[in-house]
Design a protein. Structure first.
Length: 662
């Protein structure tokens, strides 16, 4: 049996009802619990004059252990100690024994303010059914904080009695409490839905929807109801669609969550009765559904509605339309209103019906340039955006037209649809443009074909064939494009021009960014033989970049670094080469880095490389690593580097693992 100690001059009865204390004294101790000695120690700590933090941790531990025998020691803290009241309550909340819940319930009348709110919350967390009556009384009190907390707790308890109390007080409570009750009823309704009690849930949702509450709560109840009401969701959706602005917005949201097979037709039936702004939103929604059964309704809006709705309907036709709407879209694509025309063109670009491509090719071939050049421009644009390969002959014919708009539209379209095997169709006018103003568009079209080409070698071969006929700026463009295309053919062409002073600037820039190690020999040759120092330096940096970034055999990388160090005239390039050594995890790399310690401008970087290699090589080459680390300590005065070197030296000397390497 537990001994009940008086605390700070108060008798047990002064802080806890006698009945509860008797239950504690009789009931606790009937079971032999694991960790009994620890529980007793923690209880003793709570009753001692121990510091606050120790008691706080003791409360937490007792709650985690669920120790019912700790209840007598925790209860006084609810009333006496402002600082520990919260910790004691949380511990009681976590103790599963019913006596803990009874203690919390009995403490309600004796607490005020935040401590009472906390106990109310704990009763809710514990789902104390016996607390329903007391919590119901708190709902009617003027203490709003306690009333709001009581509503939340009753929502968690959620017994029929708790629900009845909440329903009774919903309409009569002050607004803060009413909102809390509404939240609680919605939470209960959601749980009922999960348990299959949909009818009961709908009753609660209806009560919240009809109460005098902020709009967001009423809409929350409407949303919850429509998603679970399998029989009446259509009527509910129609009601929202015809409601105020907030209800209409909710309808758009929930429509995406309701049965897809039935929603489009229901939404389409409302189009004719809605204002233009709402029509626009509804046809946008119908476009998302991509249900062609509503196509006639959307076509009607596209033809007859106000502009805002027409624009939305034209866009929607791109997702749910077919060739039957082509004539309308083509007509509107030439509309003088820029918004209408843009919407129609957007739809024409994405229509999925294959018959649309066939019809556009026919119209492209039949259009009369003299009468409707705008039509031809539109067809050329669409052929490019839709990548219609069958339109290629008609587009090629337009390259000879005198109208620059037609030529340039054809060039842009061909850039979208050609493959590398047809690249010559564009490179010929690139070399001999009909007008200088076509050249930027031709360059972009050629670039698009090249970067899209699956066979990069074929594309590069076409570009290489253009080089003899190109001059000046165009040749620079071709060299730059060869760098984008890449591959053997491109690299060979760049290598041939590598020593030409006229193109060395472009070639070294392209090769310095080459995606792969194949450019290394060409860069080395430029770095060694170029007359202009600028290009030697650029090539050398590109050469070192390859050694640093690409996966090459260690021996090959090391040879490249040696060559770079031999060629480098400035410390900047030597430092880059030394840094590259840190990625070559060999004894030879360690030796080469150590050899640079004698140069004042390089020794810090050499030391950092040695430290990096030492972590990798210490287990395999302990003597050589120790020698290199001692050399770092002798050569470098920088404290951080010296300390790292000394630490690594001790580790290697002791023969113990360190870092990733040993």
């Amino acid at each position: 049996m537990l001994m009940v100690r008086r605390t700070r001059g108060l008798s047990p009865a002064s802080v806890c009802p006698v009945g509860i204390w008797m239950a504690l004294l009789v009931g606790v101790g009937q079971e032999v619990l694991l960790g009994q000695s620890e529980v007793e120690s923690l209880i003793g700590l709570l009753r001692s004059e121990a510091p606050y933090m120790q008691k706080l941790l003791a409360c937490k531990k007792l709650g985690q252990m669920g120790a019912a025998e700790a209840v007598p020691a925790l209860v006084p803290l609810l009333f006496e100690d402002e600082q520990l009241s919260h910790a004691a309550r949380i511990a009681l909340e976590a103790i599963p024994d019913p006596i803990a819940g009874q203690v919390l319930l009995e403490s309600l009348p004796r607490l005020e303010g935040r401590r009472r709110v906390g106990v109310i919350q704990s009763l809710g967390v514990r789902r104390e059914k016996a607390a329903v009556e007391a919590l119901g009384k708190l709902l009617a009190q003027e203490d709003l904080l306690s009333a709001v907390a009581a509503a939340d707790a009753l929502g968690k308890i959620a017994t029929p009695e708790a629900i009845a109390v909440l329903e009774e007080r919903l309409a009569a409570s002050p607004m803060p409490v009413r909102k809390a009750i509404a939240h609680a009823l919605l939470e209960i309704g959601e749980k009922m839905c999960q348990e299959g009690e949909v009818a009961s849930a709908l009753k609660l949702f209806g009560q919240v929807a009809e109460a005098e509450l902020p709009t967001y709560l009423r809409l929350a109840s409407e949303r919850a109801a429509i998603l679970v009401d399998e029989e009446n969701w259509k009527a509910r959706l129609l009601k929202l669609l015809r409601g105020d602005r907030a209800e209409f917005a909710l309808a758009l949201e929930v429509a995406r969550l309701l049965p897809r097979e039935a929603v489009p037709a229901l939404v389409a039936s409302e189009l004719s009765t809605q204002a233009p702004e709402r029509q626009a939103l509804l046809v946008e929604l119908l476009g998302e559904f991509e249900d062609r059964r509503v196509l006639p309704a959307v076509l009607t809006v596209a033809k007859e509605a106000d502009k805002v709705a027409r624009v939305a309907a034209l866009k929607a036709l791109g997702r749910l339309g077919d060739a039957s709407g082509l004539s309308l879209l083509l007509e509107e694509a030439l509309n003088e209103d820029a918004d209408v025309a843009a919407a129609a063109r957007e739809a024409l670009a994405v229509l999925k019906d294959p018959a649309v491509d066939h019809e556009l090719v026919i119209r492209l071939g039949q259009s009369k340039l003299a009468t409707r050049p705008e039509e031809m421009l539109l067809f050329a644009e669409l052929a490019g955006r839709r990548r219609i390969r069958a339109a290629q002959p008609f587009l090629v014919a337009l390259l000879k037209e005198d109208d620059p708009r037609l030529r340039q539209a054809a060039i842009e379209a061909l850039g979208q649809i050609l493959g590398p095997e047809d690249l010559g169709t564009l490179t010929s006018p690139l070399l001999h443009p009909k007008a200088e103003e076509d050249l930027p568009i031709l360059k972009e079209a050629v670039r698009l074909v090249c970067v899209r080409a699956a066979d990069r070698e074929k594309a590069a071969a076409v570009l290489v064939d253009c080089l003899p006929g190109a001059a000046g700026e165009l040749k620079h463009f071709l060299y730059e494009l060869l760098g984008v295309v890449g591959g053997r053919n491109a690299l060979n062409a760049l290598a041939e021009a590598a020593m030409d002073p006229q193109f060395q600037d472009t070639v070294t820039r392209v090769l310095g960014q080459w995606q792969g190690p194949a450019a290394a020999p060409v860069l080395y040759r430029i770095a060694k033989e170029a007359e202009d120092q600028r290009y030697r330096l650029r090539a050398l940096r590109g050469y070192v970049r390859i050694a640093r970034q690409f996966d090459l055999p260690a021996g090959e990388k090391l040879a490249m670094v040696r060559s770079a160090l031999a060629l480098a005239e400035r410390d900047e390039e030597k430092i880059l080469a030394i840094q590259a050594l840190s990625r070559i995890h060999t004894f030879e790399a360690l030796q080469l880095a150590s050899a640079q310690l004698g140069q004042e401008a390089l020794k810090l970087h050499a030391a950092q490389t040695i430290l990096s290699l030492a972590e990798r090589l210490g287990a395999s080459y302990p003597q050589d690593v120790r020698r290199a680390l001692r050399a770092v300590i002798e050569a470098v005065q920088e404290p951080t580097i010296r300390q790292q070197a000394e630490t690594l030296l001790q580790t290697v000397t002791a023969g113990s693992p360190a870092g990733n390497g040993f």
